[in-house]
Ligand binder design. Structure first.
Ligand SMILES: [Zn+2]
Length: 246
């Protein structure tokens, strides 16, 4: 069965001398592994369309639950990301999150849109790399149905100047209601941080890239969004450690 879909290459793995497997985040089929015959030959017509982080129109042949690439046409190569180690490291980490969380055989339109927009701003350098990391980490959790409760303190419903995010239970607690046992599970959120988290999680998609997070807020918020994600997904990403060490 021939299927045509748009997708982005998250990872590639060489097979034999000339072939490779490409892990693709596709619009219609979620994350799938596609066999690309002859991809590593210089003359391959699919070399450009199946490069890492390239967004392509893909025509795949599905036989016995496996996908074999028929043809590809690159739509966006995000070329500048390849030229910057830090950006490439962030893209690798975000790719790992997607590979871990996106189920196969299900449409992944919203998640793909989030990733493509993040890469677009990463590629053209119009947003700070760290800001894009925060936006992606928080928004992907919303897409996965793991958005924290952000209305107010889970005990008294107020929003005070000193709030905490319980990253294990995904809820807010204020400085008056927090108890001793909770401290280990909570990270502090000041007013600006909370406002930023609410904006990213609760705004319409079109708005989440159209604002700026100050450098000071980025520094404080980035550890919170990554801790929330890794705790909620119960997963440590080695690519995150690599990104942070650059
Ligand atoms: Zn309270």
């Amino acid at each position: 069965m021939l299927i045509t879909t748009n997708g982005i290459i998250l990872r590639e793995r060489p097979v034999g001398e000339n072939d490779k497997y490409a892990e693709v985040l596709s619009e219609d089929l979620g994350v799938i592994e596609v066999s690309v015959k002859g991809a590593r030959k210089i003359t391959s017509k699919n070399a450009a369309g199946t490069q890492l982080l390239t967004y392509s129109r893909l025509c795949v042949n599905k036989t016995g639950g496996r996908y074999i690439l028929n043809s590809s046409q690159p739509l966006n190569t995000f070329y500048n990301i390849r030229l910057d180690v830090k950006k490439l490291a962030l893209a690798a980490y975000l790719s790992d999150i997607l590979r871990f969380t996106t189920p196969p055989e299900e449409p992944a339109g919203e998640v793909l849109r989030l990733f493509l927009n993040t890469l677009y701003y990463l590629d053209n350098s119009s947003r700070d790399t760290e800001q894009l990391k925060i936006v992606f980490e928080l928004r992907i959790m919303c897409e996965l149905g793991l958005m924290p409760e952000l209305i107010g303190c889970c005990e008294c419903f107020r929003t005070t100047d000193k709030m905490y995010l319980n990253i294990y239970e995904g809820k807010l607690v204020c400085g008056d209601c927090i108890n001793e046992n909770e401290f280990g599970k909570c990270l502090p959120l000041d007013k600006t941080m909370l406002h930023t988290v609410r904006y990213i999680c609760l705004s319409e998609f079109e708005k989440i890239f159209s604002f700026r997070i100050s450098e000071e807020c980025q520094k404080k918020l980035s550890p919170v969004s990554e801790r929330y994600l890794t705790v909620q997904l119960s997963k440590v990403f080695s690519t995150l450690e690599y990104y942070k060490n650059i």
